[in-house]
Design a protein around this ligand. Structure first.
Ligand code: ADP
Length: 255
């Protein structure tokens, strides 16, 4: 046997290795706890609409044939809770699919065209008035589909939490392009503003149940932004409205 000589240097190395190892275990544990938390939150969020559907189905069965208002109320509730469940499942699948694997396909695109297309397809789904400033020659090297998904989430929030005109402003600032989505809606209380990017966080669950939120929109938006190198900035004043700005870095391929 060759005697292993634990001289000072190798002892230091062992200590260092031990520390790295401990740090790795800590990281794994934190990740595991986060996963557990996520699964538990997801199950809880899916259970709520299911319970509501179940109880309305039972009410419908007992009294739906005789009482027409109960019939209408139950059918409407079952329908809206099913929509919620579908949205939630779609978002959960999106998160699971993109957990580590983002298939980014960048190309040089005209920002005005991309945003206009997004607004048009959004307006096909929801009849909402949206204004957009016309700007020529804003070229960006980005993943068009991911940017459109990101825009859709922000526009959808503007739609859910406001009733008036939504404005979209495009521009160039320093070395980046920006897309600003401005709504004149209920706004977000200051104390909640640093939490709304957390998974499943909703400002007021009662207020949001009517709007059908899941609390996964903004976290997904943030993940998409990270994947395409964009930054999201949100500023909001209660009862005045919310402005979300998406910053896109210009690189040599954009020009
Ligand atoms: P949700 O599906 O509930 O809309 P999000 O993650 O997209 O989930 O948003 C988190 C919460 O932030 C929402 O529940 C809502 O309370 C608040 N919020 C997001 N966007 C806006 C907005 N434009 N105006 C007011 N509140 C907003």
């Amino acid at each position: 046997f060759k005697r292993v000589d634990l001289n000072r240097k190798s002892k230091d190395e062992l200590v260092e290795m031990g520390e790295t190892f401990n740090h790795m275990i800590d990281l794994l544990e934190t990740n595991f706890e986060k996963q557990e938390q996520f699964v538990s939150n997801a199950s809880h969020e899916l259970k709520t609409p299911l319970t509501i559907i179940e109880s309305y189905a039972s009410l419908l069965r007992r009294r739906g044939q005789q009482e027409s208002d109960i019939f209408i109320e139950s059918v409407e509730a079952i329908q809206s809770e099913s929509v919620r469940m579908r949205e939630l499942t779609e978002q959960l699948l999106f998160m699971a699919k993109h957990n580590e694997h983002w298939n980014i396909k960048k190309s040089r695109v005209n920002l005005f065209d991309i945003v206009l297309q997004s607004i048009k397809s959004f307006q096909n789904a929801y009849q909402r008035e949206i204004e957009l400033n016309r700007v020529e020659n804003l070229w960006i090297y980005t993943d068009e589909q991911k940017l459109k998904q990101l825009l859709f989430i922000i526009l959808d929030n503007a739609r859910k939490y406001s009733e008036d005109l939504i404005s979209v402003v495009l521009g160039k600032e320093n070395n980046q392009l920006y897309i600003q989505i401005i709504d004149r809606g209920i706004g977000i209380p200051e104390t909640d503003q640093n939490k709304i990017f957390d998974r499943f966080y909703r400002v007021d669950k009662a207020r949001n149940r009517k709007q059908g939120g899941t609390g996964l929109g903004l976290p997904i938006a943030k993940e998409i932004a990270d994947a395409i190198g964009a930054k999201i900035n949100l500023s909001s004043v209660e009862k005045i409205g919310t402005t979300v700005t998406i910053y896109l870095p210009i690189d040599e391929k954009s020009d």
